[in-house]
Design a binder for this molecule. Structure first.
Ligand SMILES: Nc1ncnc2c1ncn2[C@@H]1O[C@H](COP(=O)(O)OP(=O)(O)OP(=O)(O)O)[C@@H](O)[C@H]1O
Length: 288
C-alpha cells in the first residue's frame, strides 16, 4: 500500500518536552485520525509533516519526496487547514485568493468559486469578521481549490457546532469517494472518528502508541470486567492498565483474543471506545 507520509525515527526536543523516535506512515486513499491528550505532541508532529518545524533527528518524506530538495512540489500537493485564522485578518477572501492562487500551479478558480458558493462564504467581508466555522470553511475552500492530494488538518472540528461538524465530516467523506485523496487530521472529538476514520494514530507523551485501522483497534482493544481474585502477577500481564475497586476490576487490554483465551467466560469483555483507550493509556486511573 502506498504511503503519502513517512516519518522515520523522527525526534524533536523542546525544553521539557520531546517527540521521540516517531515511525509513522499515512496510507494513501484513507482518512487517518490523530488523537492524544493535550500536549501529547500532535501539533508538533503535524508541523514537522508540514516543514514548519525541522526535526532534530530522523526523516520526513511526503509522496516519497523530502523537503530539502522538493519543498515546493510537496507543498503544491498538500492542503493545510488550521484551527484558526491563518490569513491576515483584515483581508477578505477575494484578496486572499489573489495572493494565494499564483502560488499554486494547479489553482482552479472554478473550483474555488464552487466551494465559496457551497459553503455560503462572503467574498468581500474581512476574515476577522468570520465566525470560527466560516474561517474553517474558508481555509478548507482554499486547500481544496488547488487540487490537494493530501489534506492535513489540525483540529478542524474544534469549536464548531455539532451541525456544522457533521456537515464538515460529510464533506470530507464526499472528498474521499474518488479514492485518490488522503486526509490526516488531529482531533479531541473521538466520535468524529467513528464517523469517518479508516486509521487511528494515537500519540501519548511524545510517543506514537499505535497507528492501526479502526477494525484492528476494535479487534485488539477491549474493556474487561471481572472479580479481583482472577488477578495475579501472570494474568495481569494481559492488561495495559487495571482499575481495582472493592466490587471487582475493570481493565483495558490491547489483546482481546489473549484475554478471551485466558479468562474465557469468567470475565465480561466489552468494546473499548477511543475515549476508553485514551483514558486508560494516559493513566488517568485511581488504583483502589
Ligand atoms: N516551539 C515550542 N517550544 C517549546 N515547547 C513547545 C513548542 N511547541 C510545542 N511545545 C511543547 O510541546 C508539547 C506538545 O505540544 P503540542 O502542541 O505538539 O501538543 P498537542 O498534542 O498538539 O496538544 P493539544 O491537543 O493541546 O493541541 C507541549 O508541552 C508544548 O508546550
Amino acid at each position: 500500500m502506498e504511503n503519502v507520509v513517512e516519518l522515520k525515527n523522527v525526534t524533536k526536543k523542546f525544553n521539557g518536552f520531546s517527540v521521540n523516535n516517531i515511525d509513522f506512515k499515512v496510507k494513501k486513499g484513507f482518512v487517518t485520525g490523530f488523537i492524544g491528550a493535550n500536549g501529547a505532541g500532535k501539533s508538533t508532529t503535524i508541523k514537522m509533516m508540514m516543514n514548519l518545524l525541522k526535526p532534530d533527528e530522523g526523516e520526513v518524506n511526503l509522496f516519497g519526496l523530502d523537503y530539502k530538495t522538493h519543498e515546493k512540489e510537496i507543498k503544491e500537493r498538500i492542503g493545510f487547514v488550521y484551527d484558526g485564522n491563518v490569513f491576515f485578518e483584515g483581508l477578505n477572501l477575494k484578496d486572499i485568493k489573489r495572493i494565494v492562487a499564483p502560488a499554486y500551479k494547479q489553482w482552479d478558480d472554478q473550483l474555488f468559486n464552487h466551494y465559496i458558493e457551497k459553503f455560503d462564504l462572503p467574498l468581500n467581508k474581512a476574515m476577522k469578521k468570520f465566525s470560527k466555522g466560516m474561517q474553517m470553511k474558508a481555509s478548507l475552500a482554499i486547500a481544496l481549490s488547488h487540487h490537494a492530494e493530501l489534506i492535513i488538518m489540525d483540529e478542524p472540528t474544534a469549536g464548531l457546532d455539532p451541525i456544522f461538524r457533521r456537515e464538515l465530516l460529510d464533506l470530507l467523506r464526499e472528498l474521499m469517494i474518488d479514492g485518490s485523496r488522503t486526509i490526516f487530521f488531529s482531533t479531541h472529538i473521538t466520535t468524529d472518528l467513528d464517523r469517518i476514520a479508516d486509521y487511528i494514530a494515537f500519540m501519548q507523551e511524545g510517543e506514537l502508541v499505535f497507528n492501526q485501522s479502526t477494525e484492528e483497534v476494535a479487534e485488539n482493544y477491549a474493556i474487561v470486567k471481572g472479580d479481583l481474585e482472577l488477578l495475579d502477577s501472570d494474568t495481569e500481564k494481559s492488561f495495559v492498565n487495571i482499575r481495582r475497586a472493592s466490587t471487582g476490576f475493570e481493565a483495558l487490554t490491547d489483546n482481546s483474543k489473549k484475554v478471551n483465551d485466558i479468562f474465557g467466560d469468567s470475565v465480561l469483555i466489552e468494546r473499548a471506545t477511543l475515549e476508553d483507550i485514551m483514558y486508560y493509556l494516559n493513566g488517568g486511573i485511581n488504583h483502589v
